[in-house]
Design a protein around this ligand. Structure first.
Ligand SMILES: Cc1cc2nc3c(=O)[nH]c(=O)nc-3n(C[C@H](O)[C@H](O)[C@H](O)COP(=O)(O)OP(=O)(O)OC[C@H]3O[C@@H](n4cnc5c(N)ncnc54)[C@H](O)[C@@H]3O)c2cc1C
Length: 380
């Protein structure tokens, strides 16, 4: 049919995972189209905006030390880096805290995403903004799958990348409620850009302020910060935004702008490769369940998905190699992180228990291990 556009690779979603994948493919001269439903890539941000430096990334994940391409990807212009984050403090309900080293920065997330997108476009990837994937139609007689988009477009492709974030739209469109393709334990989060007296380091607050989750303050400058709350679904009465407002009022912080989103805290999906479709980033459930960080895994998985497609084109290597590589690189940290989160869910039922448990774990490095996705102490 003349009005059906065919592309080699179509990426749905222009977050860090999607645009990194597109850049890697375009650099190898593969035809790639990215569809992004937002009008402006990265806007509005749905993030705490703590972005790891390369040193933090290779400290967490195995086998990446020599990956010059990824190292260079994490090296972003100074305009995106608003404030160095050299340390994290974790506060218990009593106000007692433990401090750990960190190698990260508070970034300007819309500019970060925009920068990654510009790099992809610069090497030939096409990005269409304001265009959402609405549905996938199986045309069995013609042996193809049709992508129907919000601008009336109908497209087909050889490879499809699900980079749609936590709700994994491609997986849902193909398989509905099948849990093998859906990131689990979606944690509702709200955040605000605030002005006032802010700390110099990344502060995390545990306890009833954010049951089975945490509240954060991430300084972005001398008097501005990103403040947020993530709470296990159903654990907090009332609206999350109201709790955030109270949290900010108590700290005398003026709210400038509010946003929110879902963080998939249930660990990786079982099926990241589904025929010709590969799930990357949050759509593959690659967020660290014990700290909510997902930007680095999004970038790395985008790169790995592109490599899998290139190898498949080159010598027929099964696309499943993508999931194997993800499991090799992230498996240990994700597993440890999930264990720590589940331990937290099971044991930190109120402020008294949270305080008591963390007073034991804190001095022997248990909280640090959870935040850094190391093996929990009880598993050692
Ligand atoms: C409140 C909050 C705070 C967070 N804080 C941090 C943090 O401080 N540090 C950290 O490392 N991680 C943080 N995360 C997690 C981090 O934001 C994600 O892990 C990361 O953005 C994942 O990147 P991605 O490319 O997989 O998906 P996303 O960045 O979510 O990008 C998905 C893109 O797909 C587009 N899209 C979705 N559906 C369609 C469709 N049907 N058609 C076309 N386009 C579509 C979306 O518009 C979006 O642009 C936070 C998350 C939240 C919600």
């Amino acid at each position: 049919m003349a009005d059906v556009e065919h592309r080699t690779v179509i990426v749905i979603g222009a977050g860090p995972a999607g645009t990194t994948c597109a850049r890697r493919l375009a650099e190898a001269n593969v035809d790639v189209l990215v569809l992004e439903r937002r009008e402006v890539v990265g806007h509005p941000a749905q993030c705490g905006e703590c972005i790891p430096n390369w040193g933090e990334v290779i400290g967490t994940f195995a086998g990446l030390d020599d990956h010059a391409w990824l190292e260079e990807t994490f090296d972003v212009p100074d305009r995106i880096k608003l404030h160095r984050l050299d340390a994290m403090r974790v506060f218990l309900p009593s106000g007692h805290h433990y401090t750990f080293k960190l190698d990260a920065y508070a970034g300007h997330r819309p500019q970060f995403d925009g920068h990654l997108a510009e790099r992809a476009e610069a090497v030939g990837a096409e990005i269409r903004v304001g265009v959402a994937l609405l549905r996938l139609q199986q045309q069995r007689k013609l042996g193809r799958e049709l992508l129907v988009t919000s601008d009336g477009g109908r497209l087909t492709c050889d490879y499809l990348i699900d980079a749609t974030g936590s709700l994994a739209h491609v997986g849902r469109m193909r398989h509905g409620k099948d849990s093998a393709c859906r990131p689990a334990d979606q944690v509702p989060t709200v955040y605000a850009q605030v002005r006032g007296k802010v700390p110099d380091m990344f502060d995390v607050f545990l306890g009833s302020v954010a049951p089975n989750g945490y509240a954060w303050i991430i300084p972005k400058g001398p008097d501005t910060a990103n403040v947020g709350l993530g709470v296990r679904a159903g654990k907090l009465d009332g609206r999350l935004k109201d709790h955030l407002r109270t949290f900010c009022d108590n700290l005398d912080l003026e709210i400038l702008e509010v946003g929110g989103g879902w963080i998939p805290m249930g660990g990786p999906v079982k099926r990241m490769v589904d025929g010709n479709a590969l799930a990357v980033g949050d759509a593959a459930g690659l967020v660290m369940p014990s700290n909510g960080g997902g930007i680095s895994q999004a970038i790395i998985s985008g790169c790995f998905a592109a490599d899998a497609i290139l190898d498949h084109q080159h010598d027929g290597t099964p696309l499943q190699a993508y999931q194997d590589r993800i499991e090799f690189t992230f498996g240990r940290a994700l597993k440890n992180s999930l264990r720590s989160k589940n331990l937290g869910y099971a044991m930190m039922r109120n402020d008294f228990l949270t305080e008591s448990i963390l007073r034991i774990l804190g001095p022997i490095g248990g909280i640090k291990r959870a935040m850094e996705c190391d093996r929990p102490l009880w598993v050692l």
